[in-house]
Design a protein around this ligand. Sequence first.
Ligand code: FES
Length: 147
Amino acid sequence: MCLSGSDPNSVFHQTKSIFSLISNIKVGLQPEICGTMYTITFKFEQKGLEPITLTGIEPDQSILEVALKNDIELHHNCGGVCACSTCHLYVDKGEDFLEELSDKEEDFIDRAVNPRLNSRLGCQCVLQEGGGEVFVTLPDQTQFLGE
Ligand code: FES
């Protein structure tokens, strides 16, 4: 049996063609795989903190969860159940990727320090299926007591 690549009917040539086909399929899938992850940039109002950009963030978790998993301080006195306003933050870009604002969340935002039009509660900002870029700004966390 000839295993050189010169004979187009050889096992070697056919195997190589199959591997080439498989790797082309993998390359074709890459944009879809990238499209299921988020990139989140955290900016801070607290003096001396530089912005942090996290990549490869999976959907179906809140901005609060993402922050805590990555050692970014964001208070959460009620434990993330929409019963306080200490996880208050500002969504600068990418609000369409997040779960919609509920009436209950809006009520707690009204009690937050310095609420703005782009205010949200970090524990209620759940990343929807898909992927994209989200930019948030965290208020100065030194103003809060507790967790
Ligand atoms: S942690 Fe209390 S409302 Fe988000």
